[in-house]
Unconditional design. Structure first.
Length: 107
């Protein structure tokens, strides 16, 4: 079994994946993409929680700020936009880094 494991071509391909920074960047970008949807779900749940409160309760809790609900919704929309931008950047980096590593191995 050990002789068969030593003959695998995987060890021959490892030197072609030399820029270790590509691998690290691609793994971090993959983790970023994996975390994007749960974070988006939490933000959306908080926003829906705000929208489900009756207006008299909001007016009672925040009598000094008549635009409290609008400001909070705008804040959560900004959070969603930031998560979307980070997810897009992570997706680009993930595909580029893994693609270039695969291209070097194939070449």
């Amino acid at each position: 079994m050990k002789k068969h494991a030593e003959k695998t071509p995987f060890k021959k391909l490892l030197p072609y994946n030399k820029p270790i920074s590509y691998i690290v960047t691609a793994i971090i970008a993959s983790a970023n993409n994996g975390a994007a949807m749960p974070v988006f779900g939490v933000i959306l749940a908080k926003m829906l929680g705000l929208l489900s409160l009756p207006l008299p309760i909001i007016d009672y809790l925040h009598p000094d700020d008549p635009d409290f609900l609008k400001n909070e919704i705008h804040r959560y929309c900004l959070y969603m936009a930031i998560v979307a931008l980070l997810s897009g950047l992570g997706s680009f980096l993930q595909r580029y880094m893994f693609g270039s590593l695969g291209n070097k191995v194939t070449h």
